[in-house]
Design a protein around this ligand. Structure first.
Ligand code: PLP
Length: 385
């Protein structure tokens, strides 16, 4: 395997995952948007679009990539705390389904730009419900200390400005409290807050036509083979029950849970070296190809590719990348069969927030052209023997 590192995607796993999502929601007024930020690989977008999902975008580029991949503009939601005027123009020109607004000033800008186009977009307010997602602090977004969503003060001011806002149609509420959430009681709390907020919205803004509860469902990074398909049934049941009194379409924006387990990162051991009490395996992939461990101490399962278990003794390794940062590490004390130069490792659960977060730091794109993107349609993710 010469051209490492590369991302390996198993589209059969993606197909199974999408079918599981669709089967879990087919009898409800539930609408699933794929959060493009998780992975914007063209083939992956095309496959998800072909299944009839909508998309959730956070940039003008993602809106355009979604449309090119086949997502219907009306099924596209555009979120983000810092939309530029150019990006808002892309959303308005393409007549996308919904813009999720995160500040009063943004609402005023959209109203003004829409007026100039003689158009009235559908808008949802992203509110910060102050719910603790019980996840890593860097991927928690629903606490009042986080930057996301309209503040209570802004909401009050918006209510007074409503009569002047003639070029936006505020019909929705949007929430997203964080990512990699595995405790369903967190989503139960979100539902409770939504049940409190909806009457406030209807008493001050108008009829609620659209509710978007964000994404956030976590996946099994520790043992991906035990959790190839995430806990969609529990997740959707939680909202089905928690929001049963609301007679409104419910939209979801799932990223990680849709794509994480279909991808892995294949990388080669460049060098094995020993210090006093450690063995280091230096890989040809680093934080530039998988940033999550450096960014939030995330752990991914690491396996030796194509090894036969009985034949090898095991050792503990610090698995590190080639980038000039001490945080460029995929794990310490990882137990693996004895490694040697040239061995191939598979870093699992890299379908989400790996390729889309890749960096050019250390000149990685120019260096060696070594980042191949491979999409495999027939093979299962290769497992160690
Ligand atoms: N929606 C919004 C607003 C987000 O910020 C994110 C992720 O950060 C998502 C959806 C997707 O979340 P996840 O990948 O955890 O499902």
């Amino acid at each position: 395997m010469e051209n490492t590192p590369f991302y390996f995607y198993d589209l059969n796993v993606l197909e199974d995952t999408l079918n599981a999502v669709l089967n879990s929601t087919k009898s409800d007024n539930f609408h699933i948007h794929y959060a493009v930020k998780a992975n914007n690989n063209k083939k992956i977008l095309e496959k998800i679009a072909a299944k009839g999902l909508g998309s959730d975008c956070v940039s003008g580029w993602e809106i355009e990539a979604s449309i090119k991949a086949g997502f219907c503009p009306k099924s596209i939601a555009f979120a983000g705390v810092g939309k530029t005027d150019d990006e808002i123009a892309i959303a308005l020109t393409n007549r996308i389904g919904m813009i999720h607004c995160e500040s009063l000033e943004e609402i005023l800008v959209i109203n003004e730009m829409a007026e100039a186009m003689n158009y009235v977009p559908r808008v949802a307010l992203r509110l910060n419900p102050n719910v603790n997602a019980l996840t890593h602090e860097k991927i928690s977004t629903g606490l009042s200390e986080n930057k996301f969503g309209l503040t209570v003060l802004e909401f009050a001011e918006l209510v007074t400005l409503m009569p002047t806002l003639n070029h936006i149609n505020i019909v929705g509420l949007h929430f997203h409290i964080g990512s990699q959430i595995t405790e369903m009681n967190v989503f139960e709390q979100l539902c409770e807050r939504i049940n409190e907020i909806v009457p406030q919205f209807e008493n001050t803004i108008g009829k609620l036509e659209y509710l978007n509860v964000g994404g956030g469902l976590g996946v099994n990074y520790e043992d991906p083979d035990q959790g190839i398909i995430p806990a969609f049934e529990d997740y959707f049941d939680t909202f089905r029950w928690g929001l049963r009194k609301l007679n409104v379409p419910i939209h979801f924006e799932l990223g990680r849970s849709i794509v994480a387990q279909c991808g892995s990162l294949r990388t080669k051991v460049l060098y094995v070296k020993k210090s006093n009490d450690k063995n280091f395996a230096v890989l040809d992939a680093g934080m530039t190809e998988l940033m999550r461990p450096a960014l939030y101490g995330a752990k991914h399962k690491i396996e030796k590719f194509n090894h036969v278990e009985e034949m090898f003794s095991e050792l503990a390794y610090d698995i590190v990348g080639p980038i000039c940062e001490s945080s460029d590490s995929f794990g310490t004390g990882v137990i693996l069969p004895e490694l040697k130069r040239g061995d191939i490792l598979t870093i699992r659960s890299c379908g989400a927030y790996a390729e889309s977060m890749s960096l050019r730091y250390n000149g990685r794109q120019e260096v060696g052209n070594n980042l191949k993107r491979q999409v495999n349609t027939s093979l299962r993710v290769a497992k160690t023997a």
